[in-house]
Design a protein around this ligand. Structure first.
Ligand SMILES: Nc1ncnc2c1ncn2[C@@H]1O[C@H](COP(=O)(O)OP(=O)(O)O)[C@@H](O)[C@H]1O
Ligand SMILES: [Mg+2]
Length: 403
């Protein structure tokens, strides 16, 4: 696989005299906080080395302040580097300036950030097409490209809307469409999903991976969330105090943590412990009590079940696919014949481990708020799937570390 981005021996020092004593100390391996205490300069990056291969999702993960944003910004020269080299397609980014740098940024890179401000008074399609407009692309062509990008993120219907009319998740999709519109080789995504609610965030991760499976971009993706990193990354780079601690596949990070720091991080990654119900529950879409059984089954679609709620919105019974088909097969079209009331309830903040046993019964779990009102439907299959997906990784990790 071809190398797309390379950082070699990159240092970034913030302060009045970045190339002075602070750099010497950093190069001598003096830790960031000590350099700061002795020189008043902040070490943003210290001897950072990694390569991003063409077509991969390369995730940089670390706590706040570890240097992730600084690193990604060296790739499009939003930051100059104090020392070292940044190459994109073999070209020295630091050497670029003027119109060459401009066209390099516009044509080769798409950027999506956490708070990627859309222009509030422009329509969605104009926001998406904006970069192309600046590049001098004609109206017809840029609208075609913008619609194609909007189609990829499922927002064609909103092309004429204003950003303010869209939810946060949808606005972030517009940001992604804007980055995709000019069909860049490289996507730089800095905490692009970090501000979203867990449920929306997971959907965005899934969509992003689906888009990637189609487009094969090179993606440099930044997050402070290890779960997101392991889920999205072909390879993951863990940073701490401006330095790279480890680069590896998610499996390698979990099973062969390079340092105690990484090991500490990944101990928390038992997803059953970490993942909350609200991240995998689906819209409750309650079932009307006056439906026929056939209507009820249609309403279910491919869901495992749907709840009937009372006048307060509290779940009182559930129709499962299995019950519906069985009762229908006995010749009844009466919904009441198929409803059951022996379902479990949980809150959105429960972890998957806590609801795992309940899921074993194969009946959807009603997710309720503090007042007992239905706010989500938890499909037992989704729990099994989510836990199963990481099981092998965790098994491997526990074998290596705890035995
Ligand atoms: N413009 C700047 N001036 C001074 N210090 C900065 C600047 N940008 C970042 N830093 C410092 O560099 C370090 C890395 O920051 P950053 O790359 O933003 O971390 P992350 O994105 O991982 O949260 C932090 O200590 C931060 O305070
Ligand atoms: Mg940052």
């Amino acid at each position: 696989m071809q190398e797309k981005i390379r950082l070699s021996g990159v240092y970034k020092i913030f302060g009045d005299q970045p190339r002075g004593r602070a750099l010497d100390l950093a190069k001598a391996g003096v830790p960031k906080d000590e350099v700061q205490a002795r020189t008043g300069h902040v070490v943003g990056l210290t001897d950072v080395n990694f390569t991003v291969r063409e077509g991969e999702i390369f995730v940089v993960m670390g706590l706040s302040g570890s240097g992730k944003s600084t690193a990604i910004r060296t790739v499009n020269q939003l930051h100059t580097v104090t020392d070292g080299e940044v190459l994109v397609d073999g070209e020295d980014v630091q050497a670029m300036s003027g119109s060459k740098l401009q066209s390099f940024r516009r044509e080769k890179m798409g950027m999506v950030f956490q708070h990627f401000a859309l222009f509030p008074h422009r329509s969605v399609i104009d926001n998406v097409a904006y970069g192309l407009k600046i590049q001098g692309v004609g109206t017809m062509e840029r609208d075609r490209a913008a619609l194609k990008a909007l189609d990829m993120v499922g927002l064609v219907r909103y092309a004429g809307s204003k950003p303010g009319e869209l939810s946060g998740g949808m606005q972030q999709r517009v940001g992604l469409a804007r980055a995709l519109a000019s069909d860049p080789d490289i996507l730089l995504m800095d905490e692009a999903f970090s501000a979203l609610d867990p449920l929306i965030r997971r959907q965005m991760q899934d969509e992003m991976m689906a888009i990637q499976a189609e487009l094969h971009k090179t993606i440099l993706f930044i997050t402070h969330d290890l779960n997101e990193a392991l889920r999205m990354g072909d390879r993951v780079c863990i940073m701490k105090d401006g330095a790279v601690v480890q680069v590896g596949t998610p499996e390698e990070i979990l099973t062969e943590p390079a340092t105690g720091y990484v090991a500490e991080f990944v101990q928390d990654v038992d997803q059953g412990r970490v993942i909350q119900v609200e991240e995998i529950m689906i819209d409750p879409m309650p079932l009307r009590a006056d439906s026929t059984l056939r209507e009820g089954l249609q309403h279910l679609g491919d869901r495992a079940g749907a709840f009937v709620v009372d006048a307060d919105g509290k779940p009182i019974s559930v129709l499962t696919t299995g019950d519906g088909i069985r009762v229908s097969g006995m010749g009844s079209n009466d919904l009441a014949d198929a409803l059951r009331t022996d379902f479990e309830r949980c809150g959105p903040g429960h972890t998957l481990n806590e609801v795992y046993a309940a899921a074993g019964r194969g009946i959807p779990i009603a997710v309720v708020d503090e007042d007992g009102r239905l706010i989500g439907n938890l499909d037992p299959r989704a729990i099994m799937q989510e836990m199963g997906r990481v099981e092998s990784l965790i098994d491997g990790f526990e074998r290596e570390v705890f035995m």
